[in-house]
Write a protein that binds this ligand. Structure first.
Ligand code: NAD
Length: 459
């Protein structure tokens, strides 16, 4: 049996005694062929008709909300309450993207200049959308909907770790469009790469890890007109100033570290606290973490599900063994919780006294806590990373927030909110190693078409 297919088996992270079916890898060239065949007609389809089809998809997804949420919980271990939130965002995304389409896809006229002219946005052709495991539907879906509204056929390759729930999502979506306009292809890295590198694919939207994003950027560097959107990782810091509401900061840091078991690109993996309030913050932070006890993701009460795989547990254990500092909350994995086997880990906190270089994502619920003598040293610690996704500042002073904010090189900046607070009503993307300035979320549709400037003189 093919290597990556083998690795899809028995991967239910909570070992919930639910057999996930094995899904075979797809024929990528055939899918691209079908998308190419559908492209011209779909590009000619008027926007109101495209909108109507997306609305039908929205109804189908809303009707399947519970089934899809349960699928996410079973397959990737996300607690059911969070999974329901993800599917709610999937449904809501269609309205938001329709509003974006009406705003950004229209031709622009009355531009001045010597001749009548307009700028029009032309559908680009087949788009490849590559999804990560941690938001197996929502992140791909945002790009899917934007491309479909812009007149581009879409081929969505979900994470192989969420193949079943993505297959169900794919059925519900594909039923609303002519053949070839929306397809799901299944597979791992090999299928993803074949899809992205196919010259007939004109856009690639990749959400995933930095190494894969870099490899894609290199491989596509010479295809100048292929649009590449990279949504990559983070090592996000929450800064607690001496004047902060410490209780709010503690709860935000705990949630930021533990939602989706720390497996979010915008997870709080570093907390930087001014020394003057460190003891008090530390006490409240450890209290706030107490509610995040690992458990069965299908229980409504569970706030911390299992991590995705044995490899993620191994990474957690390696970080616990190798991160220098004093463990305020020692790291602990558990192979079984309340009679259910799974890849469970407990939240852990380490008080660091090194310079805190954060070159890699941790992607597990471990927080490095740093003490800063003042706000300058807080900024130095925050910037000791190649990433630039999100940062949060807790302070009661707007002036302090503004002063710090000017110097924080991140795509998403928060005052007195968790680093994970990312509503779909705003753009979401990272700077530096976290992405290439094609923010997803609101406005992503700007990156789905080619602009053409047209001028004409007397006929
Ligand atoms: P991953 O990079 O391992 O895989 C992501 C997807 O890429 C999967 O579908 C995988 O099959 C596919 N893939 C692997 N190799 C490929 C290749 N050579 N060419 C094309 N596709 C390939 O990431 P993951 O573990 O599924 O997801 C976690 C990562 O995603 C983290 O780094 C996280 O920070 C990041 N992420 C970023 C955002 C964001 O918006 N910035 C959001 C969620 C997750």
């Amino acid at each position: 049996m093919n290597g990556h297919l083998q690795s899809w088996r028995n991967r239910s992270p909570g070992d919930l005694a639910i057999e996930l079916s094995e899904i075979a890898a797809s024929d990528v060239p055939a899918a691209v062929e079908a998308a190419v065949g559908a492209a011209a007609e779909w590009a000619r389809t008027p926007l109101p008709e495209r909108i109507e089809r997306l609305r039908a998809a929205q109804q189908a997804l809303a009707a399947a909300k519970d089934e899809l949420a349960r699928g996410i919980a079973v397959e990737v271990g996300k607690p059911l309450t969070e999974a329901l939130g993800e599917v709610g965002a999937v449904v809501a995304k269609i309205d938001l993207t329709i509003a974006d389409a009406e705003r950004w896809l229209a031709d622009e006229g009355n531009l001045g200049g010597p001749h009548p002219a307009l700028v029009r946005r032309r559908a680009r052709g087949p788009a490849a959308v590559i999804g990560p495991f941690n938001f197996p539907l929502h992140l791909g879906h945002g790009a899917n909907v934007a491309h479909l509204l812009a007149g581009n056929p879409v081929i969505f390759k979900p994470s192989p770790l969420a193949a079943n729930v993505a297959a169900r999502y794919g059925e519900l979506m594909a039923a609303q469009f002519p053949p070839g306009v929306f397809q799901v292809v299944q597979g791992g890295g090999a299928e993803g790469e074949a899809l992205c590198l196919d010259p007939r694919v004109r856009s690639v939207c990749f959400t995933g890890s930095v190494p894969v994003g870099k490899a894609l950027a290199k491989a596509l560097a010479e295809d100048f007109s292929k649009e590449l959107a990279l949504e990559l990782g983070g090592s996000n810091a929450l800064i607690v100033c001496a004047d902060a509401d410490l209780e709010k900061a503690a709860h935000a840091a705990a949630a930021g570290a533990c939602l989706t078991a720390g497996q979010r690109c915008n997870a709080t993996s570093r907390v930087i606290v001014e020394r003057a309030v460190a003891n008090e913050f530390q006490r409240r932070f450890l209290d706030a973490l107490a509610v995040f006890q690992p458990g069965d993701p299908l229980l409504a009460t569970t706030q911390l599900g299992p991590v995705i795989s044995a490899a993620a547990v191994a990474r957690y254990e390696k970080l616990v063994a190798e991160t220098p500092g004093e463990w305020l909350l020692p790291g602990r994995a558990a192979a079984e919780v309340a009679g259910k086997r799974g890849h469970y880990v407990h939240p852990a906190v380490v008080l660091r006294c090194d310079d805190g270089a954060a070159d890699e994502e941790s992607f597990v619920p471990i927080v490095s806590l740093f003490l800063a003598d003042d706000l300058d040293s807080a900024l130095r610690l925050q910037s000791a990373t190649p990433f630039g996704l999100t940062a949060s500042v807790f302070t009661r002073s707007e002036a302090t927030f503004r002063a710090l904010g000017e110097r924080l090189q991140v795509g998403n900046l928060y005052a007195n909110l968790p680093t994970t607070f990312s509503p779909s009503t705003l753009p979401f993307g990272g700077l530096r190693a976290s992405g290439n300035s094609r923010p997803g979320g609101r406005g992503f549709i700007r990156f789905t078409t080619d602009e053409q400037a047209v001028q004409w003189a007397a006929w």
